[in-house]
Design a protein around this ligand. Structure first.
Ligand code: ADP
Ligand code: NI
Length: 215
């Protein structure tokens, strides 16, 4: 059912380098299917939202989500009931961490895919994606002379911030924000790995914010 959509996304994102490539979408799908083995929600919706959750993100898309989503599904020969289409549309619209400034409600399917997406933002992959993202926005890695400034707005979150700050802005918070039991479980060793990474980073560079982590 989703073969054509997968082919379309693979081609469209062949050269993507800000952390939203096809492989990200595919990993989110695998995480979501794993979570859904316990949750048992509608698998078609879990699959579609996994592949489409970043497609209409306000970071790189401005348009009419409803009509563009409809066209894309038509183009890929995917037919949904009105009810399922509305769930998908609402979850796509409300999706995203957005610096913690987004508390729009998600359906249970949305919560599963949100956990799956946030699992891909932590651990070894999360670290790699953060630096890819930072490179794509030409942000600096860190600056020893400037102390961490907590986020005050979504606008600030989308501005240029040192990549290392992203650990405090978002990555280290995600473990406690998981919405499903399976997601919580899967987050534990990824979180631990990030702490080890930050420790090692501090050893090698002399730059760290471990004192802030302990506060
Ligand atoms: P959002 O945080 O709004 O959900 P994304 O999930 O689309 O944004 O971000 C894509 C990837 O880039 C994720 O791995 C995310 O942690 C990372 N990322 C987002 N913003 C930044 C940033 N300011 N600095 C470094 N990495 C970032
Ligand atoms: Ni994503």
């Amino acid at each position: 059912m989703v073969d054509q959509l997968i082919r379309y996304l693979k081609e469209k994102y062949a050269d993507e380098s800000s952390g939203h490539d096809f492989e990200h979408r595919y990993r989110v799908y695998l995480n979501a299917i794993k979570i859904n083995e316990v949750e048992r929600e509608n698998e078609t919706l879990v699959t579609l939202l996994s592949f489409l959750h970043d497609e209409f993100d306000d970071k790189f898309y401005q348009g009419d989500v409803e009509s563009d989503l409809k066209s894309l599904l038509d183009k890929c020969n995917i037919a949904l009931s009105r009810e399922n289409f509305d769930v998908l549309l609402s979850d796509i619209t409300n999706f995203g961490f957005k610096g913690g400034f987004n508390d729009n409600p998600l359906s249970r399917v949305g919560q599963i895919v949100s956990d799956a997406d946030q699992l891909d933002a932590i651990g070894a992959i999360g670290i790699a994606r953060a630096f890819m993202y930072g490179g794509s926005t030409k942000s600096r890695m860190y600056n020893k002379d400037v102390e961490y400034q907590p986020l005050a707005s979504y606008r600030e979150y989308r501005g240029k911030r040192p990549v290392l700050w992203h650990f405090l802005d978002k990555l280290l918070l995600l473990k406690d924000k998981m919405k499903t039991q399976t997601g919580k479980q899967m987050a534990i060793d990824r979180h631990q790995f990030m702490l080890e990474f930050l420790n090692q980073f501090e050893k090698e560079s002399g730059y760290g914010f471990n004192h802030q982590l302990r506060e």
